[in-house]
Design a protein around this ligand. Sequence first.
Ligand SMILES: Nc1nc(=O)c2c([nH]1)NC[C@@H]1CN(c3ccc(C(=O)N[C@@H](CCC(=O)O)C(=O)O)cc3)C=[N+]21
Length: 314
Amino acid sequence: MVAKIIDGEHYAADLRDQLAVEIAELARQGIRPGLATVMAGEGYAARAYERRLRGLAGKLGCHYVCEALPENVTEADALAAVGKLDADPRVSGVLVLRPLPRQVSEVALYRLLDPVKDIEAVHPVNAGLLTLDRPRYIPSTPASAFHMLDRYLRESGRDPQEVYARSNMVLVGRSNNVGKPAVILGLNRNATVLSCDVHSFKAGLLYSHTAQADILIIAAGMPGLVTGEHVKPGVIAIDVGINPVEEPRTGKVRLVGDLDFATVAAKAEAISPVPGGVGPITDVWLLRNTVAAARAAAGLPGTEPEQRPHRLAG
Ligand SMILES: Nc1nc(=O)c2c([nH]1)NC[C@@H]1CN(c3ccc(C(=O)N[C@@H](CCC(=O)O)C(=O)O)cc3)C=[N+]21
């Protein structure tokens, strides 16, 4: 079987075009969405993402600011930086880039935010709304993974709801902004969801579960963690891994996923690549959440938590 490679760049371009139209409409009403990022320390992936967000916000005509904090920042200073952005009327949404230095609690930072500005949906109120399937926002990375799945299934002539309802969906990784919300999104789509993480790996359970997956979503942060021998023929594999690896010969750093692409692609029905898969959709989705936050701040309709079960658009 030669897997269909799901083209995240193409999906991202369509979402970007739709977003540009929405932003132009807001501009006519004198509303300019503003994105703020907070970065503490020097992680490669965080810097790569901050650069993409800065570039996309600029291209879309949004206000953008990045609060770059030193690795040894105190929690009090980090809280003050987030508090300043929370009070800034030009800022519609705030993203605190992970990883944070050990001495700064992510939950403390997010709890400080007005939930309307929490565009990563990790504030307790927003995480609760997502769990109840009444989301204000969906965290951009899991939203991008499911947008990709929904669109791929529809374009291959299937009803995503029907596929999910009869699928074993295995999630690998349990971070607050990716793995855990992805479990909730799978449950809210009636999939049979199983969540694995490093404890599953250490207990020798991981591969017995990945081998059962009809749909595998992996966000573990370990290059090549899952290979072709760990999946069943026909799996639909979504790789959310963003692992910087250095090329020994050139010393150049590039991002790779958590799947061993070649061997999984040899067995999968479809697979999303890294780069070029979930990644390019992620920054567009964060800007979508920022635009929704700008609409909410302006009191425009359609941005309060959903009154009915939510389905990803697009
Ligand atoms: N609170 C928080 N939320 C995040 O979502 C978050 C974060 N912190 N910290 C850092 C990581 C990293 N991250 C990336 C997302 C997309 C690409 C991306 O679009 N990559 C391109 C390739 C870029 C390249 O090769 O340099 C692609 O996959 O095609 C990269 C990195 C989000 N992160």
